[in-house]
Ligand binder design. Sequence first.
Ligand code: Z5A
Ligand code: MG
Length: 220
Amino acid sequence: EPAKPVSRGAFIVVEGLDRAGKSTQVKKLCDRLYAEGHNVKAIGFPDRTSPIGKMISSYLKSQTEMDDHAIHLLFTTNRWEKAQWMKDQIAHGYTLICDRYYYSGIVYSAAKQLPSLSLAWARQPEVGLPRPDRVVFLDLDPEAAVKRGGYGDEKYEKREMQERVRELFLGLLGRGGEESSDFFVVDASVGVEDVAASIWGEVGKVVNAVEGGKWLELGS
Ligand code: Z5A
Ligand code: MG
């Protein structure tokens, strides 16, 4: 008797501003999925471990300067260098929970407001990367984010930048946004457990649907 084909895993992205609680919630979501018997792996961008990731990290810490277009393409390349691995994991039945993805890539670069770096320009090199089944957007206004201990000293951790990033994120997920149907918005201003419960209410359903073979194709 032939072995039952493995159904693919789900691809879930967690997005949001600085301090919104992405890393906290990615960990909790992975733990919950694992406890409930799912095959799950966490991943995040920027992945600072690769040679390109190290260049990005150095830029974010202001240890090296780089042209804005060049750093944008490095962030993108940092995703492309993981793309085949991600597809393989998903095909083998692992659900991937991803801490930031190309949505961050697009909005942080566009928030620099350079005439030669539009949202459309920023989006182009991201086209073709694996498309998530759902993007959880942790919504927190920059004022509340500051109260969580203030920003650190990395490149984009400034109030005005965070305000523009939020506006651009809201544009992506708002009506008319190209990927607006990917998003599930969660109020991230409440306690950690309440945020986790809202996320679970959506992601639990998506993962079960995908593993049940209901959504066969992973888009791009
Ligand atoms: N960037 C880019 O430009 N282009 C790209 O393509 C990508 C990224 C992928 C580094 O990202 C920078 O790279 C980032 C975007 C840009 N620049 N900025 N800004 P990163 O992901 O490596 O670093 P980060 O965004 O600065 O992550 P973060 O500060 O680690 O935020 P977080 O993961 O969302 O939050 P957290 O670590 O889970 O929680 C932050 C604190 O709040 C912590 O003390 C928690 O205990 C607390 N917390 C968490 N949840 C709660 C609740 N619910 N209530 C109260 N307190 C909470
Ligand atoms: Mg984080």
